[in-house]
Design a protein. Structure first.
Length: 299
């Protein structure tokens, strides 16, 4: 029997998470569950077989974590097992292909065509967005503070995923991704839904003045994305960036209505028991994954 629990989230929706196997859970946009042809989810930290990022792995060796990134500290075999567990949890089968990217903090998006469905690891493209209309494949975006954004065209059955750190966000990776969906698949923004997943919140994301200046140069609303506080020691101003709001605004500029955008999950830095956070861990962190795909008609 599959059990369910609720993960708290910022924003208008609560993220339902299914505890599926050995404590492994994934979060989803509740309003997307009505689409029986759609696979999607945002992985969380609990479960899996990784040990290296746990605070005290020797104290409880039987438990593990769901690191989904091929990071320098973890075993490739353990990560492969974790990925299979997530794929099975979302699609019901370990054999469902999972296609990822070499994420480089760009605004580049690639289209997965049927002839490239089985690209080998050596030819994984460098990009930060991926989209497809092909059923039977999961698209995966890795994060550990950056913002994962999933998009679905409910009329044409097109899905997309984006990795939006501050550099990609400043380069409008999501806004340009919406435009690419329109060009490649004829997607009408009126038929698009978006889910913004767990990422570092404005409560924790202090950045330098150069980041604040970059957003101010690139967006009319750039100043609205920051709050300014004084440092406690040397009274150095600290700019706190709201990356989730920045991507929400890009989706709206791309033509989506505010009601078409779901916020799923909370701040990765504030919730270390639930999420991996690169910043909160001082760089010693695993990776979560946001996945989306189209269920085959005979599945």
């Amino acid at each position: 029997m599959v059990t369910h629990r609720i993960l708290e989230t910022e924003g208008p929706e609560k993220a339902a998470a299914s505890v599926l196997r050995e404590g492994t859970s994934w979060a989803c946009a509740p309003s997307w569950r009505k689409f029986d042809w759609l696979w999607h989810g945002f992985s969380t930290r609990p479960g899996g077989v990784s040990q290296v990022y746990r605070a005290h792995p020797a104290a409880s060796p039987q438990g593990g974590e769901l690191n989904l990134g091929l990071t320098p500290h973890d075993s490739e075999q353990l990560v492969a097992e974790n990925r299979l567990r997530l794929v099975e949890a979302i699609t019901g089968s370990r054999r469902t292909p999972l296609r990822t990217l070499r994420q480089v903090h760009s605004n580049r998006t690639v289209v997965l065509q049927e002839h490239a469905a089985g690209w080998p690891d050596t030819s994984i493209p460098e990009a930060d967005g991926i989209m497809t209309q092909m059923p039977g494949v999961l698209l995966g975006i890795q994060t550990a503070d950056c913002i994962p954004v999933l998009l679905v065209d409910v009329a044409n059955r097109v899905v997309a995923g984006f990795h939006a750190g501050w550099r990609g966000t400043a380069q409008r990776v999501v806004e340009l991704g919406v435009r690419r969906m329109r060009l490649e698949f004829g997607s009408n923004p009126d038929n698009l839904l978006a889910a913004i997943g767990p990422g570092i919140g404005s409560c924790c994301y202090a950045v330098g003045s150069e980041v604040q200046e970059k957003f101010g140069e690139n967006f009319e609303y750039g100043a609205d994305l920051f709050r300014l506080t004084e440092g406690s020691s040397q009274q150095v101003p600290a700019f706190y960036l709201d990356l989730r709001e920045a991507n929400r605004r890009q989706l709206i500029d791309g033509g989506l209505g505010p009601d078409a955008i779901s916020l799923v999950g909370g701040c990765t830095s504030c919730n270390p028991e639930l999420y991996f956070s690169h910043r909160a861990s001082g760089g010693h962190a695993g990776r979560m994954m946001a996945v989306i795909g189209i269920r085959p008609a005979n599945h």
